[in-house]
Design a protein around this ligand. Structure first.
Ligand code: PMV
Length: 296
């Protein structure tokens, strides 16, 4: 073998500001690419495919292995480094899918279009979730703040301005199972359809008030109440939302599929809110919306 080939790719995580679950049924959602993400480094080894962490330790999660193997053949090592919480609604599987697609193209010396990245990453992400709306990998691939809507003709992605606020992210400490939660919501339809419709209305209002922290915070709280009503929240997530508001956040909600995962708290003073949360024994971190990426 000549000098071994290699490739690198990276992608950001995402947080859903409002509209999760309803987005699966054609309602809009607003999501933001964040300033945290995943990097993949591929190295040709000539050995069976290996998937390792940033320190070179084997990652033996079978689903992860299957997802990597759907794109990367034997003969390669895939090294994955991420500062996203895994399985917590921060788009970790989508960021991995997009970073893998980019690393594989880099190793082959190919340049991909944005559509090419999107299509190939969707195939990988389906290994993690049965019926994804596509919002996770669309936002992971392009960054920025977007309104996303699934239509029969394909995804409708509208870039929105980058707002000036920050989000404090609080981990519930549990993973939610996205596929099960999405299936559970599906099984409660059509009874809950008016609640999903109301979430769609909230998203439209949020888009109009994206830089009005007071109004947006109230809409997030209403969105959280509707997520409780459709059966995807937990007492722990509800407590975190209430505590974030007590600590000065303008609003808060679960973000992602629920059942665990994270709560996001909206604020223009993240350090103050974090300090108050810490005084109550809670640990969080600050995420800022990431600007859109220049290249595919
Ligand atoms: O993967 P998560 O936990 O961020 O959830 C994605 C958002 C859902 O609307 C619940 C599902 C989807 O595919 O849109």
């Amino acid at each position: 073998m000549g000098s071994p080939l290699s490739g690198r790719g990276s992608a950001g995580g995402k947080l859903i500001l409002c509209g999760e679950h309803a987005v699966v049924y054609g309602h809009p959602a607003i999501a933001l690419g964040i300033d945290r993400g995943t990097r993949v480094t591929l190295r040709q080894t000539g050995e069976p495919l290996s998937v390792v962490d940033a320190d070179g330790q084997a990652l033996d999660d079978p689903r992860l292995h299957e997802a990597v193997a759907s794109l990367i053949p034997d003969g390669w090592e895939a090294r994955i480094a991420s500062d996203l919480l895994i399985g917590r609604g921060m788009g970790s599987s989508a960021a991995l899918a997009v970073a893998l697609v980019r690393a594989e193209a880099d190793a082959r010396g190919l340049s991909l279009t944005a559509e090419g990245v999107h299509e190939r990453a969707f195939v990988v992400e389906r290994k993690f979730h049965g019926n994804p709306s596509g919002i996770d990998h669309a936002v992971s691939a392009r960054g920025g703040v977007v309104r996303y809507r699934r239509t029969l003709a394909g995804p409708e992605i509208t870039p929105l301005p980058i707002p000036s606020w920050s989000l404090v992210v609080l981990d519930s400490g549990n993973e939610g199972n996205t596929a099960q939660l999405v299936a559970g919501v599906g099984s409660r339809r059509p009874g809950i359809d008016p609640l999903l419709d109301r979430i769609g209305v909230i998203v439209n209002e949020a888009e109009k008030h994206l830089d009005d922290v007071g109004a947006l915070g109230k809409l997030m709280l209403e969105n959280h109440a509707l997520l409780i009503a459709i059966g995807v929240s937990t007492p722990r997530l509800d407590d975190l939302v209430a505590t974030a508001v007590e600590c000065g956040a303008a609003g808060a909600k679960l973000a992602g599929a629920g059942g665990g995962g994270v709560v996001i708290a909206l604020t223009t003073e993240p350090d103050d809110v974090l300090a108050r949360l810490r005084a109550k024994g809670l640990h969080g971190f600050v995420c800022r919306p990431a600007p859109p990426r220049a290249q595919a």
